[in-house]
Write a protein that binds this ligand. Structure first.
Ligand code: NAD
Ligand code: MG
Length: 395
């Protein structure tokens, strides 16, 4: 068997750690080429010692010096590189077969595009990149013979329920609609007025999933599901009116595909990201992920509810942005990243996130981006607008 040579972007995060957990179970299949992380020096060093990558990438020279000093006693061959260009280089290097895209937010866009243009197999967790540049990214994947395998649990579930060819390209011709499940997050049972004084720690206390802080806040507001609606549109070629969202608090059914003949196919499993990660790493085979099998009788009842779009305004905004098209999803994504960061810094209140996202979406009418540079510019203009009009006004 030819080994897969893997770059893990965002190795020190939640998805990055789950990925390395699965890779470590199958050393005969996988070899690590590069690990990247923005801040968590100790974790990155421990990962380098365990996986002995050719490269480690960090964002600034001071962190790089620290990592080099800590790695020195281990006499590894790991070279420590610095900066955004290095992220693109380790994503497109000739030796690499597979790139796990697990950087959070817009910062992941350029390395993912570099991997697509180099024809890599991309395991995509970084949903923000696809929300920003879905058309350009799917076109680059086709043009350069890359592959795109979804890691987001819902999209991985849908992918598992769709027919595809030997390159993993799906056939959506008999699809009537898709149903994304959502846990409903920590505030499913709260009323809108209960949400006024929510703290970052309360918003990050997700009942089912252990995740990074940005996606945890997005899960609480259901912006995460909104981004996933846009992600599903690009991955599966389904229009917004054929994408449904249903709240399923147990997070056992990870999503489903509804076919024209009345059949619905769903994928089930425990809420552990090692399941979709192992699926995408081994596809079209299956490998052990470290996750136990489901016992439905022990699990008990599975519930389903319609989301309240008044309470989860961000989900509604995402449908609006997807229907509007053009730069609207970029604006919404960038505004949301700024608003969530401000909320986590305790500069704005929880309910301000949706309010500011809506203001940005209404205020900014940017030209439809034609190139990657246009996407980056629309993202930057939205962030500048947020800083000037919204966030600075508060301090
Ligand atoms: P996280 O915050 O735990 O990890 C993010 C990683 O990206 C870290 O390694 C961090 O050092 C790195 N990073 C942060 N800012 C960076 C920057 N500016 N440049 C380069 N690297 C940077 O996040 P996570 O929960 O692992 O999520 C990662 C991505 O996967 C997100 O897009 C998220 O939406 C998606 N995702 C996560 C989960 C989950 O269960 N955690 C599930 C589905 C999708
Ligand atoms: Mg998800």
């Amino acid at each position: 068997m030819q080994k897969q040579v893997v770059t893990v972007l965002g190795a020190t995060g939640s998805i990055g750690c789950s990925t390395l957990d699965v890779l470590a179970r199958h050393p005969e299949r996988f070899e690590v080429f590069a690990l990247t992380g923005a801040a968590q020096v100790e974790r990155l060093v421990a990962q380098c010692v365990q996986f002995k990558p050719r490269f480690a990438v960090v964002l600034d020279e001071r962190v790089a010096q620290d990592v080099r000093a800590r790695l020195h006693p281990f006499a590894l061959n790991t070279e420590v590189l610095v900066g955004a260009q290095a992220l693109c280089d380790v994503s497109s290097a000739a030796e690499v077969t597979t790139v796990m895209a697990a950087i959070v937010g817009a910062a992941g866009l350029l390395p993912v595009m570099a991997a697509a243009r180099a024809g890599k197999r991309i395991l995509l967790a970084n949903k923000e990149a696809l929300v920003m540049a879905g058309g350009l990214m799917t076109a680059a994947v086709r043009q350069f013979g890359a592959q795109l395998a979804p890691i987001d649990s819902e999209h991985n579930a849908i992918y598992q329920c769709l027919p595809c060819n030997e390159r993993g390209e799906i056939d959506n011709r008999a699809v009537a609609s898709i149903t994304l499940t959502a846990s409903g997050g920590p505030f499913l049972k709260s009323s809108l007025s209960d949400l006024e004084h929510i703290t970052p720690d309360q918003a990050c206390a997700h009942p089912r999933w252990q995740m990074g802080r940005k996606i945890s806040v997005d899960s609480a507001t259901m912006m995460n599901k909104g981004l996933e609606v846009i992600e599903a549109h690009w991955l599966f070629g389904v229009p917004p009116e054929q994408i449904n969202v249903v709240i399923h608090p147990q997070s056992i059914i990870h999503s489903m595909v509804n076919y024209v003949d009345g059949s619905s196919l769903a994928q089930l499993g425990h809420a552990d990201m090692r399941v979709p990660i192992a699926h995408a790493l081994a596809w079209p085979e299956r490998i052990e992920s470290g996750v136990s099998l489901l016992d439905l009788a022990a699990q008990g009842a599975l519930e389903f509810y319609v989301p309240d779009l008044n309470k989860f305004k961000c989900l509604d905004l995402a449908f609006t942005a997807l229907r509007a098209g053009g730069a609207a999803p970029i604006v919404l994504n960038a505004a949301n990243e700024c608003a969530v960061a401000a909320f986590l810094d305790q500069r704005i209140a929880y309910l301000d996130i949706a309010r500011f996202n809506e203001m940005a979406l209404n205020a900014l009418d940017l030209a439809t981006p034609q190139t990657l540079e246009d996407v980056v510019e629309a993202d930057a203009r939205t962030r500048a607008w947020m800083n000037a009009h919204v966030l600075h006004a508060l301090v």
